[in-house]
Design a protein around this ligand. Structure first.
Ligand SMILES: [Zn+2]
Length: 541
């Protein structure tokens, strides 16, 4: 493990005692010194590798506190059905047909990211997908992850015909004649692909049963996209035995791409309690953090629970996973065991139940409970104020405002401007964080940061400009405050002597970039655990 000197840099340390510096030294996997070049050079010692940053910005490695690493790895290996790669049903059919041409007959074709709200033809039908292939079962996941479109071969593969009844908590959509259209919603998705785990009604199940060596290979291949984006730590917000087994195997094989924190889904509370296990548990590479719960459904899928239903015709009444007292009891039981809690919550009606659960949970938690609210879409002004009573950490994903902001403006009207009110949360003294929810949106932190600063939709419309935050606030929310959300701010998230040496040298001076081009940057060099783990200098022209 050789020492490293980074000099001639614009270092934003996120450390209040020394916010800016020009050089830093790394030795033995730790930050050895931060300051002027002479001081850092002395700390690095003779023979240290040297990086002349050429005036580029240097930051603590980015931390994504809500990033489905394994599912992202799966999606990176599948057909990209995301917008704007696919903008219509016709595009979708063509993309699947292209994949079918080099896929052995009978093998599943999987695609991720379908955003059919943007298709001129509306939702795809299985008849259209049959035009792409009848030789392969096809499943195309909706961008929300909670719905899918399938072809006839997929239905036949699963033994599903028109006379099947809808399962509890899900549906197979039908035409006027009662025939299946190929759209499957929520729990009905489980009828198609075998699942690795039974999670009951604790959340959406995307834990598909796939061969372990395939999952491990995809995870290893995700290293480059993650490290080239400057990420050094992620938190997978929905871990079952499928994820934890794969992460453990990757760790043992040396192929875990970056530091990984897992949040077990609440269906495992009793089993973990039975063996006396609660988070935080593990080490600086692989650990369990908070426990994950679901309050309502998804904003994109039309199942978020608002006091006033949304949609152009008020057609989305939303749905809850639990009765209020069930959620409160579940969350409180976990808190009593020592778990930090993290509750998926979008609409204001769901937020009321979530706050009631948090109110009960913090009474039995330790002195620093840090309850997280995942997505935290639409807290009212009063609800946001109540966050300060408990130190709630809102876990935001402003990429949604960009990717789907036009749909939100249409479906939510003026309420869309109050989605993810980060300005207000910061002004209240909270420590909201930024995350991607990858595979649902881009995993690149500079996309997320740009969207938090700009708050404009893909089409260029403003969405809640008064809730925009500054570049420096956004950088902090993706580094130091993200570490705080994971309870790891003593080790990562800032550049100070003694901390783990996770550092990103960006490919530009980010402070001099115009706002509209903030998203264009990437990592130039990523240092993980004291080693150069990604080096973009070789690919520069
Ligand atoms: Zn998520």
């Amino acid at each position: 493990m050789s020492a490293l000197l980074i000099r001639n840099a614009k270092i934003l340390t996120m450390d209040g005692t020394r916010p800016r510096a020009e050089a830093l030294a790394v030795a033995h996997g730790r930050i050895a010194a931060v300051g002027d070049e002479d001081h850092a050079r002395a700390a690095a010692g003779p023979g240290a590798r040297e990086i002349d940053a050429g005036g580029r910005t240097v930051l603590p490695g980015f931390i994504d506190p809500h990033n489905h690493l394994l599912s992202t790895a799966e999606s990176l290996a599948a057909v990209d059905a995301g917008y704007p790669a696919v903008t219509s049903v016709a595009d979708l059919v063509e993309a699947i047909a292209a994949e079918a041409r080099h896929t052995p007959a009978g093998q599943w074709i999987r695609a991720f990211g379908m955003d059919d709200a943007k298709y001129p033809e509306g939702r795809p039908t299985r008849r259209r997908l049959d035009e792409a292939t009848t030789e392969h079962p096809v499943i195309i996941y909706h961008v929300s992850g909670h719905q899918a479109a399938v072809n006839t071969a997929a239905l036949q593969h699963a033994g599903i015909s028109d006379d099947i009844a809808d399962p509890a908590g899900g549906a197979l959509l039908r035409d006027e004649g009662g025939r299946l259209t190929g759209m499957v919603v929520d729990s009905a998705m489980e009828l198609l692909l075998p699942l690795a785990v039974d999670i009951g009604c604790h959340g959406p199940n995307f834990h598909t049963d796939l061969p372990a060596d395939q999952l491990l290979g995809w995870l290893a291949a995700a290293r480059d996209p993650y490290l080239s984006a400057g990420l050094t730590t992620i938190c997978d917000p929905q871990v079952s035995k499928r994820e934890l087994r794969t992460y453990r195997a990757a760790r043992a094989a040396g192929t875990l791409p970056l530091r990984t924190v897992g949040m077990p889904l609440s269906h495992q509370l009793d089993e973990l309690t039975a063996i006396g296990l609660a988070g935080p548990f593990g080490d600086d590479w692989l650990r369990l953090g908070a426990m994950k719960f679901y309050s309502d459904g998804t904003l994109l899928g039309g199942t978020a629970k608002f006091t006033v239903p949304y949609g152009e015709r008020g057609q989305f009444a939303g749905s809850m996973y639990w009765e209020p007292e069930q959620l409160r009891d579940l969350v409180t039981r976990a808190a009593r065991e020592g778990w930090q809690v993290a509750i998926h919550t979008q609409g204001d009606a769901a937020m009321a139940h979530t706050l009631a659960a948090i109110d009960a949970a913090v009474k039995v938690s330790g002195p620093d409970p840090r309850p997280r609210i995942e997505h935290c879409g639409f807290p009212t002004v009063e609800q946001a104020k109540r966050f300060t009573d408990y130190g709630v950490i809102p876990v935001n994903q402003p990429n949604f405002l960009h990717d789907s902001g036009g749909d939100f403006l249409r479906r939510l009207g003026d309420r869309a401007h109050r989605l993810q009110p980060m300005r207000e949360e910061l002004d209240l003294g909270l420590r909201p964080v930024l995350s991607s929810d990858s595979f649902v949106s881009s995993l690149r932190p500079l996309d997320t940061i740009a969207n938090a600063v700009r708050r404009t939709t893909r089409e260029g419309a403003s969405i809640g400009a008064e809730q925009a935050i500054t570049l420096h606030e956004a950088l902090r929310a993706h580094t130091l405050d993200a570490a705080h959300a994971l309870g790891m701010e003593d080790r990562i998230g800032s550049l100070a002597p003694g901390k783990l040496a996770d550092v990103v040298v960006l490919d530009r001076d980010i402070e001099s970039v115009p706002v509209e081009r903030l998203n264009e940057g990437a990592a130039w060099v990523t240092v993980l655990d004291g080693e150069v783990a990604y080096d973009g200098r070789a690919v520069e022209v």
